[in-house]
Ligand binder design. Structure first.
Ligand code: PNS
Length: 161
């Protein structure tokens, strides 16, 4: 069976936590599409193309063996519609802590209602990355703090400009 999974998110910027989830998904699914949400309501730190390029570089550099089986692309609209469009039977999300669970559960049930044939699977983010969040990293970077060790080299380069 050829199974494709979609890992949707904002990835502004990609963190080691995201990369860990992508690696875990690539260990289970034959093909993984990382879907970067085009969200006109959010004001991202990195524009869409920068986010896509950063994710691609991080995957090529740190998940090189799986890289040919991982696509990175932008999407607009509903995640389930994009899952159908790319032929993904699964949506992947990461869980860092119990606090993530409530909103993820709600999203998974909503997505199942919208598309019963698409299942959501969760990967537990590695413990050493479980404290990471893009929004905290953005805040630290905005105030000139050191985010080394939180972001893949590709994202650090992008932040350094
Ligand atoms: O990285 P994030 O911001 O936690 O990802 C959230 C994301 C992109 C997965 C979620 O906001 C989403 O799926 N947005 C697309 C619109 C949609 O499908 N909404 C209904 C989801 S229940």
């Amino acid at each position: 069976m050829t199974a494709r999974a979609l890992y949707p998110g904002s990835f502004d910027p990609i963190t080691f936590g995201h990369l860990d989830v992508i690696g875990r998904a690539a260990g289970v699914f034959e093909r993984v599409t990382v879907g970067v949400l085009i969200n006109p309501r959010k004001n991202p730190m990195l524009n869409l193309q920068e986010r896509i390029d950063t994710i691609r570089e991080a995957i090529d550099e740190q998940l090189s063996e799986s890289s040919p089986r991982i696509d990175v692309a932008a999407f607009d609209g509903l995640t389930v519609d994009y899952a159908r469009q790319v032929g993904a039977g699964f949506i992947v999300r990461g869980l860092r802590a119990v606090s993530d669970f409530e909103s993820e559960l709600q999203m998974a049930h909503t997505n199942r209602k919208l598309a019963p044939e698409v299942d959501t699977v969760f990967f537990m983010t590695a413990l050493e990355h479980a404290y990471l969040s893009s929004s905290l990293v953005k805040e630290i970077a905005a105030f000139g703090g050191d985010v080394t060790g939180m972001l893949p080299a590709a994202a650090l380069r992008r932040l350094e400009g």
